[in-house]
Unconditional design. Structure first.
Length: 157
């Protein structure tokens, strides 16, 4: 119980530090990893790269690849300041993250935003969240997650 409260507290702090008002959706491109290539148009390489980073981020958490998880985060993001505080919680967490759907909200050469529906499950149950991801190109030119803000969430029984 103490661990669950600690994890919840860490996630709430993370959400508060990265909170910003929701933005208006200007462009929506629906990309679902389970869709067959012939059923939807092929997204451009930049869109694919943005969506891949979001999936890599969740997959690395699921696989306990904490180093690879941090590698999906932008070097200038606030997450890097929080790393020492939440590293232990992430290392001990048994939460599973499932990206249900990712939609590009807006995109330019060096910044993109996406609305992501994800499900998180742990021993207490499952939560479905809608999260606004902001990604930026890093110094090496690769897309990295700069910010995440939970827009809504509800518990699934």
């Amino acid at each position: 119980m103490k661990f669950a409260l600690s994890l919840c507290f860490s996630l709430i702090c993370l959400s508060l530090l990265t909170a910003c008002p929701p933005q208006t959706i200007s462009q929506i491109v629906n990309i679902q990893p389970s869709a067959s290539p012939s059923s939807s148009p092929t997204p451009d390489p930049t869109t694919q790269a943005v969506i891949q980073v979001i999936h890599d981020n969740a997959n690395n958490l699921n696989g306990d690849n904490i180093t690879e998880y941090w590698a999906t985060l932008h070097t200038d993001s606030q997450f890097n300041q929080l790393m020492p505080a939440i590293y232990t919680d992430l290392r001990n967490a048994r939460t599973q993250y499932n990206i249900v759907e990712a939609k590009i909200q807006s995109q330019s050469a060096d910044i993109a935003s996406a609305i992501v529906k994800r499900r998180t499950s742990d021993f207490t149950g499952t939560v479905e969240q809608e999260v606004l991801y902001t990604l930026r190109t890093n110094r090496d030119g690769k897309w990295k997650i700069f910010n995440m803000v939970i827009q809504s969430m509800h518990y699934i029984r």
